[in-house]
Every structure is written in structure tokens, then in C-alpha cells.
Design a protein around this ligand. Structure first.
Ligand SMILES: [Zn+2]
Length: 299
């Protein structure tokens, strides 16, 4: 008979087999400066007057893909974690925490050890391994071989104007300046919806996500391209936080490092009020001792 270990409800943040909490943060994003969320090369529409185009829906509306949001959240989180002295990986393919080799496991990759545990039905060990050896960004935002705890939906503009700006195009390969490029962007004052959905997010993880949103809102982080030219400043509005297990004015601690938080959940609030009402969650992240990933030193 197989020696099976019974997983308990431990480490919900990295579990997909249990659902102890559903979270939804939603509202609006307004552009305060030009915003250019562009396409990669070679995908341009020949009918457009711009040589550098923004991403649009089939119907022509500007779009901020959920994957772009996630990239912004992940890189902002990296900066926040670094200040706290917490290691995060780059999240790039073959460089994630699942790709690390562990000395204490005969220099094998986390992913290989994980798969062996699963193959031999050692579910608890598999969960503990992922808990111990992945960073907070892998746990929350996922990676090539680890499911994400959050989904950010595509933001399709609800109100927008398109602008064009002539810029000197620099050839990245030769460094030479060549012809004028006509850059397309979304004008300030355009409005996009924003929706983030999360499963099993402990209070400190919620605080981490909200801190990232506050950094974006306060202009410490820009979204999209042409940042050096002052593009990409946005602010949030009409923000709501919903948490499925909220009860008695409290959010309970979800795991061994989490803390209970007393809070009045913000509903349709201005950004400033939303961040004010959720500052206990940010505080929970500020105070939490992150014990993972093991055996890493911050470079
Ligand atoms: Zn990682």
C-alpha cells in the first residue's frame, strides 16, 4: 500500500485544491499622462497613420491586457519586497523559483522534486516544498510552472481619446537615429476598468497587492512604454474590495505567518479613501516575517 499523506488546509496561498477565500478588487483607472501599451514588432496595422501602435480590441478600443498589468504588479512587488529584504525571482522563464537547484536535495530542481512527490502521492511534502522554496511573487503572480493566485482582467477603455506624437526612432541594433516615428497613445483623462480576482490570499498578501496599487496610484510606478518621456501615470478611482469570508468586521489569519485584521471593507471609494481604509492590510504585510524562499540571500 502507498504511504499517503493527508494534506490539511495548510498553506492555502499555494493551494488550488481548496478554496478558503475569494477576493475581488475592482474599480476604474484614469490616465493622468499619455499611456502607450504597445504591441511587439511586426504586428502593425498598415491602415493606421502611426508607426508605433497601441494594443486595441478587434472593435478598435485601447486595451491594457491583464498580462501587462501582471507584469507591472510583479515588477513593482519586486521593488517593495527588496526594501523589506525579501528575495523575489525575476519570474522569467527558466529563472523562476521552480527552476532553482537545491543543494540539500542533491542539486535537483525544485520542479523535479515537486513532480516526484506528486508521482509518489506525497501531496503534503509537495505542498511544503513549494511553500518553502518559492518567492512571494511566484506564489501570488505565478510563473511558467506554478499557478497564479491572482487573475487581472484585460482593461478595455470605456472612455478614451487617441493621440499621436512624432518621435525620432532609434534603431536598437545600430544605435543610429533614423526616420521620424509616429507614436500612438491614449490621451490623459481616458478611463479603463480594473478588476483583480484572487483565491486564498492571506491578509499580508492582500496588503502586498494593495501596496503595489498605491505605488501605481501615487505615481511611483508608470504603466506601459515611453516612461522616460513621462508616459504611463495613472490613478485609481471607485475602488471596492470584496473578501468572501469577511465577517464581524474582521479578516481572519489564513496561515501560520498571517495575522487577523480588523477592517471596514471599502466600497466604491476614491483611491485615497480606499488606501486609508486598507492600511491595516498594508501594515500586516509590513510586519509579516516572510520565511520563504529558504536558502536565498538577496543580491
Ligand atoms: Zn519566484
Amino acid at each position: 500500500m502507498l504511504a499517503m499523506t493527508e494534506p490539511k488546509n495548510d498553506f492555502p496561498l499555494i493551494r488550488k485544491d481548496i478554496l478558503v477565500r475569494k477576493v475581488k478588487i475592482y474599480g476604474k483607472v484614469e490616465t493622468l499622462s499619455p499611456l502607450k501599451v504597445g504591441k511587439g514588432g511586426g504586428e502593425t496595422n498598415p491602415l493606421s497613420p502611426a508607426t508605433m501602435q497601441i494594443i486595441r480590441t478587434y472593435g478598435g478600443k485601447p486595451l491594457i491586457p491583464g498580462s501587462s498589468w501582471k507584469g507591472v504588479f510583479r515588477s513593482t512587488g519586486e521593488k517593495i519586497a527588496k526594501v523589506k529584504g525579501v528575495y523575489t525571482c525575476t519570474g522569467l522563464s527558466k529563472q523562476t523559483c521552480m527552476d532553482r537547484t537545491l543543494k540539500n536535495y542533491k542539486n535537483r530542481k525544485v520542479l523535479e522534486i515537486f513532480q516526484d512527490y506528486l508521482a509518489s502521492n506525497n501531496i503534503s511534502e509537495a505542498i511544503k516544498l513549494v511553500w518553502d522554496y518559492t518567492c512571494i511573487n511566484c506564489k501570488i503572480f505565478g510563473g511558467p510552472s506554478i499557478y497564479s493566485a491572482v487573475t487581472i482582467l484585460d482593461s478595455i477603455a470605456e472612455k478614451f481619446k487617441i493621440g499621436y506624437r512624432a518621435m525620432i526612432a532609434v534603431n536598437r541594433k545600430t544605435g543610429a537615429t533614423s526616420a521620424l516615428a509616429k507614436v500612438e497613445y491614449v490621451e490623459p483623462g481616458s478611463i479603463f476598468p480594473f478588476t483583480l480576482i484572487g483565491n486564498n490570499l492571506p491578509n499580508y498578501a492582500l496588503g502586498y497587492i494593495i501596496k503595489i496599487m498605491r505605488y501605481i496610484n501615487e505615481g511611483m510606478i508608470q504603466v506601459g512604454g515611453n516612461k522616460s518621456r513621462g508616459f504611463g501615470f495613472v490613478k485609481f478611482n471607485n475602488l471596492t474590495l470584496e473578501v468572501s469570508d469577511y465577517s464581524g468586521g474582521k479578516l481572519k489569519a489564513l496561515d501560520e505567518i498571517d495575522k487577523e485584521v480588523k477592517i471596514e471593507l471599502p466600497k466604491n471609494e476614491k483611491a485615497e479613501d480606499f488606501f486609508d481604509k486598507t492600511k491595516e492590510l498594508e501594515g500586516c504585510f509590513d510586519e509579516v516575517k516572510i520565511p520563504f524562499p529558504k536558502n536565498t540571500v538577496h543580491s
